[in-house]
Design a binder for this molecule. Structure first.
Ligand code: SF4
Length: 236
C-alpha cells in the first residue's frame, strides 16, 4: 500500500500495517534524543544497570548506580563485594537481596569466564545471571552498535498498534518487526533496529501510552491502523 510521507492535517484510518520506513523517518524527526536512559560510562555499567532495571524504572536505577559504581567500579571489584553491602545500596529498587546476589554473580562470571570483559556475544551474555534476550539486545545495540531490537512493553504495544504484529510473545514480536522493516525499509540508518526500538519506547512513553494514546497529536496518525480504535475499544 502506498502511504504519504507527509504529515497530514487530518487522516482517514489506514487498513494495513504502517509503512516501517515512514514510521522510522517520522520518529527520527520527533525523537532525536533517543538513547538508553540508563546512565553508564562503559559496557559493564550498562550491563549491570540493565539487569537492575528489571521490574523497576530507569530513573530509579539511575538513583542507585552512582553509589554502586563508586564503590565497585569494575567486575573484579563487584565480584568480591559482600552481599549485605550491595543489598544496602540497591534496596530502594525493591528485592534488594535478590538484585545484589544477581549482579555479584554476574560480575563473578564476567571475571571467571570472560577475563573481566563484557562479551559481545548473544549466547555468552544470555548465559549470565539475570541476562535474557532483551537485556543482551539492549547491551549489544547500545554499546556494540548491532542492529538488534529489544522488545519491551512499549515496543510490543506500538508494534501491535501499528499493525506490524498480532503477537504478544517478545520473540515473535521481534521476528514480525524485523520482517516488516526488511519489507518496507529504505536502508536508512533510522531503520537500525536498536535505534528504532529506542524511538518506539519514547513514543510509547510520551504519545502512544498504554491507557491514553494521544492520536490527535501523533505524527503517525495517517499511517496507523489503530488511530482512534485504541481509545474506543480500550485495547492495549
Ligand atoms: S498515538 Fe494513536 S495514531 Fe499514534 S501510534 Fe498510537 S494508536 Fe497510532
Amino acid at each position: 500500500m502506498v502511504q504519504s510521507s507527509a504529515r497530514p492535517g487530518a487522516a482517514s484510518r489506514p487498513v494495513g500495517p504502517a509503512d516501517a520506513g515512514i514510521v522510522a523517518s517520522r520518529l527520527r524527526d520527533l525523537h532525536l534524543d533517543a538513547r538508553t536512559e540508563l546512565d553508564h560510562s562503559d559496557a559493564f555499567e550498562l550491563l549491570v544497570a540493565t539487569v537492575l532495571s528489571a521490574q523497576t524504572t530507569d530513573v530509579r536505577v539511575n538513583q542507585v548506580t552512582p553509589a554502586l559504581f563508586a564503590a565497585w567500579p569494575d567486575p573484579e571489584a563487584l565480584a568480591g563485594a559482600a552481599d549485605a553491602d550491595v543489598t544496602e545500596i540497591v534496596r530502594p529498587l525493591g528485592m534488594g537481596a535478590t538484585r545484589a546476589r544477581r549482579i555479584i554473580g554476574l560480575a563473578q562470571r564476567l571475571v571467571t569466564e570472560h577475563g573481566g570483559e563484557v562479551p559481545d556475544s548473544q549466547t555468552a551474555l544470555e548465559a549470565l545471571p539475570g541476562v535474557g534476550r532483551k537485556t543482551a539486545h539492549v547491551l549489544r545495540g547500545a554499546w556494540f552498535g548491532h542492529s538488534l531490537l529489544a522488545v519491551d512493553t512499549h515496543v510490543g504495544r506500538l508494534s501491535r498498534r501499528l499493525g506490524w504484529t498480532e503477537q504478544t510473545d517478545p520473540r515473535k514480536v521481534e521476528a514480525d518487526v524485523v520482517g516488516r522493516v526488511a519489507a518496507d525499509g529504505t536502508g536508512s540508518p533510522d531503520e537500525d533496529l536498536a535505534v528504532l526500538g529506542l524511538r518506539l519506547i519514547l513514543h510509547g512513553r510520551r504519545v502512544c501510552t498504554a491507557r491514553a494514546p494521544d492520536c490527535g497529536s501523533c505524527v503517525l496518525v495517517d499511517v496507523c491502523p489503530r488511530i482512534g480504535l485504541t481509545q474506543q475499544a480500550g485495547v492495549a
